[in-house]
Design a protein around this ligand. Structure first.
Ligand SMILES: C[S@@+](CC[C@H](N)C(=O)[O-])C[C@H]1O[C@@H](n2cnc3c(N)ncnc32)[C@H](O)[C@@H]1O
Length: 385
């Protein structure tokens, strides 16, 4: 197995691990064997799209008598649930071993397998962070009309162990989603129900005019997963690489990738696909997001020191609210007889945890309009950067 040193990256980003890894390559073989040959604690993120064990009993036909191209591949077949569980436990354990302590995994599945997978993940020691529902905007109908249209798949996002630091690009996720009704664009949090189409059109790889792989995932899904939970220069591994969707998106986003796949045909399709991906030039400001937490901390009192606010000034709770507090010279607020930080006073008023930066307003002397105090903090940050 050819090895590349992590330290040879050209992203200009500090690399913590010196481990030898087969970066940006597809390794052919059984994923458990390959994973067991990789160094432990070396991978930042795993995306796993394992066999779902669909247990199809019979061929499916559409009303117009065309055959449905269902997942009937040999790789998706297991003798029984016990065999599927043994397989699942083996690859999950192998994945957990190679993940860094701060690492995380996403596993996608359907009702056929996801409950078994989730239980095993918890038993093995993964700590589930979210389950995300991928709502398919163009699902395949239930042709026989005997059940609901199966219009979603479930992703489980879990960290290697409870309480460790893990990557979540929270602000980037808030900004990414432009559909205001689903929590984007308006500064709302990204929700756990993701509406995305199936992989169709030019993105779908074809062989002799037919789908090259029965379960090729849409790049849009991987874009969200990888952007949310990794950073440029991180190593993203996919133990069931298929057509290489994970690698293609990871490469576009300037992450390293490692794919594991058993099948010759898929392997060669994925290699061609990956070779054709030309990521845009890496620029820090395009691909690296600063989380709010990593930005310089500005204490409220610094606004007084810089004369952006003055002792004795009135702050208003909310843009139109009537509740007022007075700024004291030491950076605390006085509301009635209660004195505390901007957060403590805000929490007391709301009777719930509250970020004072987002709730207190001052009167702009030039316009007489109320402005949120967070703008003053932002101004200080920009001046100091
Ligand atoms: C559900 S598909 C993944 C599709 C992939 N996400 C994509 O977008 O193309 C699962 C893949 O895992 C491969 N596979 C199944 N069992 C495997 C194993 N034990 N080791 C390595 N690959 C395996 C299959 O050949 C198949 O291509």
């Amino acid at each position: 197995m050819a090895a590349a040193r992590l330290a040879s990256l050209d992203f200009g980003i500090d690399i913590v691990s010196e481990a030898d890894l087969p970066l940006d390559q597809i390794i052919q073989g059984d994923c458990v064997e390959v994973l067991n040959g990789l160094p432990e604690n070396s991978i930042d993120l795993i995306f796993a799209d394992p066999p779902y064990n669909l247990q199809l009993q019979q061929e499916l036909w559409r009303p117009n008598m065309t055959r449905v191209d269902a997942v009937d591949d040999e790789w998706d077949q297991f003798a029984d649930f016990a065999a599927y569980d043994a397989f699942t436990e083996a690859w999950l354990r192998a994945c957990r071993r190679v993940l860094k302590e701060t690492g995380a995994i996403w596993v996608i599945g359907s009702y056929h397998n996801i409950f078994r997978v989730g239980r095993l993940m918890q038993d093995i020691g993964f700590w589930i962070l979210n389950d995300v529902v991928w709502i398919k905007t163009n699902p395949m109908p239930n042709f026989r009309g005997v059940r609901f249209t199966n219009a979603h798949e479930t992703l489980i996002w879990a960290q290697k162990k409870r309480g460790a630091r893990y990557t979540f690009n929270y602000q980037a996720m808030k900004r990414l989603h432009s559909d205001a009704s689903k929590g984007g664009g308006t500064g709302k949090q990204m929700r756990s129900d993701w509406e995305l189409p199936l992989c169709t059109g030019d993105e779908r790889l074809k062989l002799n005019g037919q789908k090259a792989h029965a379960t090729q995932k849409p790049e849009g899904l991987l874009y969200r997963v990888i952007l949310a939970s990794s950073n440029p220069g991180d190593v993203v591994l996919d133990p069931f690489f298929g057509t290489g969707t994970t690698g293609a998106v990871a490469k576009k986003l300037h992450r390293h990738w490692i794919g594991i796949e058993r099948d010759d045909t898929y392997l060669s399709l994925a290699s061609q696909r990956l070779a054709a991906v030309q990521p845009s030039q890496f620029k820090q400001e395009v691909f690296v997001f600063k989380s709010k937490r990593s930005r310089p901390r500005i204490p409220f009192g610094a606004l007084l020191e810089r004369s952006l606010l003055r002792p004795g000034q009135t702050l208003y709770f909310g843009l139109k609210g009537e509740v007022k507090a007075q700024v004291l010279a030491d950076g605390s607020l006085k509301w009635d007889s209660f004195v505390g930080s901007i957060h403590q006073v805000a929490s007391r008023i709301k009777n719930a945890p509250c970020n004072g930066w987002e709730h207190w307003y001052y009167e702009d002397p030039r316009t007489g309009q109320r402005r949120v105090i967070d703008e003053l903090r932002e101004r200080m940050r920009q001046e100091s950067s």
